[in-house]
Unconditional design. Structure first.
Length: 460
């Protein structure tokens, strides 16, 4: 009979590699002794609290639906699942396909025990997982208070010498951190720094951890480095906590709960430079740049499909890909506002704005008609109230209350009608091209070197 073997370790630390290898060797021997055949060994390096990131288990479940094996073997229920609901759901799926589920340490066999027994074992595994999580959290809290770093990955530019010692890496990554701070302090923007690093092919934080494919610097990465006090030797921890062990959702703690320790490790950046950068970050964040450009959030580059932004120093709209990533990614297009305005003037001559005005009037007249019908309906209800009062179906107090409510409704509808009627009076005036007009009628504008295509929100 074909067996699927599931092995799991909770982290990617090297110490866990031997645990996974031991599990595999155990099952290879177990299967030989039982006269069975291994179809496949499915592996995961992930917590058992949720199925979300467990690629190996997901593949096992998919193969079970195609009945590629008859038995599923795993070391223990806690290796397989610590979420009672998810565990039960998977076992029921196995049963529907007549697949037997066996755990070694718990001595559970789905052919011999019922679902009730499995539920108890799952509940115990989930409870144990919660206790382990509490113990780990307490341990991390104690370490944080002693000024020790709790993360598994140190910030870019640093390395872990041992459990409690962190030092600057003193390689290209440390130099890049210094370069980022120097460039920003000298007036370079986040996008400009990211573009410079990409053009010079400096390794990203992900690449320094061995994730080769993530080879692009982004503004958010630059900002995170610039605002991290770790680079001046300070450690801020205990900033968030798991809200729910099963969903892994975290919530941010109040600042008075943070654990802040000074001078816990060797700095890469001078404090004066760091705080000068923080001042610039704050000023740039809260600087109110008036959005005077007429076509903001409407222009798109035809070449790459990304938005175009207005640059005051260039006095034109530029492709955002070109701005952020350089011309080797998108040579992009640039266009002055006057050219787009000329396009609108041409379309005004073609009667487009007149058509828009007609379209609006039709909609407004329809709205007024609906308001008049609603007013008439309420007046009919008022007349019925009078009849009910005369026929002693309702008393005078009830009549006054209900009549007052209806009068209020009529009053509100009349005010709405007056406001809409005002628009009708100005409907013959030609619309002016301003930001309100653009926002209301224009969906998007696609720009290429040769052409400007304007897509309207109304069917013209």
């Amino acid at each position: 009979m074909n067996c699927a073997v599931y092995v799991r370790v909770s982290t990617e630390k090297e110490i866990q590699d031997s645990s996974m290898a031991h599990q595999e060797k155990f099952f290879q021997k177990y299967v030989r002794e039982k006269g069975l055949t291994i179809y496949k060994i499915y592996k995961d390096r992930e917590s058992a609290c949720s199925l979300k990131n467990r690629v190996g288990l997901k593949k096992l479940i998919k193969d079970s639906e195609e009945k590629k094996f008859n038995i599923v073997l795993t070391k223990s229920i806690s290796r397989f699942a610590r979420n009672t609901l998810e565990g039960l759901t998977i076992i029921r799926q196995f049963k529907e396909k007549n697949i037997r589920f066996i755990t070694i340490e718990d001595s559970f066999d789905s052919d011999e025990y019922d679902e009730f027994t499995f539920t108890i074992l799952l509940s115990l595994a989930q409870k144990e997982s919660e206790k382990i999580s509490e113990r780990i959290s307490f341990g991390k809290l104690c370490r944080a208070k002693e000024g020790h770093f709790n993360g598994s990955i140190v910030p870019y530019g640093y390395m872990k010498l041992d459990k409690n010692t962190i030092l600057p890496k003193e390689d290209i990554s440390t130099l890049v951190v210094k370069k980022i701070f120097d460039m920003y302090a000298s007036g370079e923007g986040l996008a400009s720094i990211a573009r410079n690093l990409n053009n010079n092919k400096y390794p990203t934080p992900s690449q320094s951890r061995g994730i080769i494919q993530k080879n692009k610097w982004h503004e958010s990465t630059i900002r995170n480095i610039l605002s991290n006090e770790f680079y001046i030797g300070n450690l801020i921890q205990n900033r968030s906590k798991n809200k729910n062990l099963l969903t892994k959702k975290r919530y941010k703690k109040e600042k008075n709960e943070f654990i802040y320790k000074l001078k816990t490790h060797q700095p890469i950046i001078d404090e004066d430079l760091f705080y000068e950068v923080q001042k610039k970050l704050r000023n740039n964040k809260y600087k109110k740049c008036p959005n005077t450009s007429l076509f903001s959030n409407k222009l798109y580059c035809q070449k790459c499909g990304c938005k175009m932004y207005y640059r005051k120093n260039a006095d034109r709209y530029l492709c955002s890909t070109y701005i952020k990533k350089g011309k080797h990614i998108c040579s992009g297009v640039s266009i002055k506002e006057d050219r787009i305005k000329e396009k609108f003037i041409d379309e005004i001559k073609d009667g487009i704005l007149t058509k828009i005005s007609y379209y609006d009037n039709q909609e407004i007249e329809k709205t007024i008609k609906n308001i008049d019908e609603n007013i008439e309906t309420i007046k009919n209800r008022q007349n019925k109230l009078v009849d009910y009062l005369l026929d002693v179906v309702i008393d005078e107090n009830t009549y006054k209350v209900k009549s007052s409510i209806l009068e209020r409704e009529i009053e509100l509808l009349k005010k709405e009608r007056e406001g809409i009627s005002k628009i009708i009076k100005d409907s013959d005036k030609i619309c002016t091209i301003d930001k309100e007009f653009i926002s209301r009628y224009v969906k998007r504008i696609v720009v290429s070197k040769e052409n400007i295509e304007i897509e309207y929100r109304v069917n013209l």
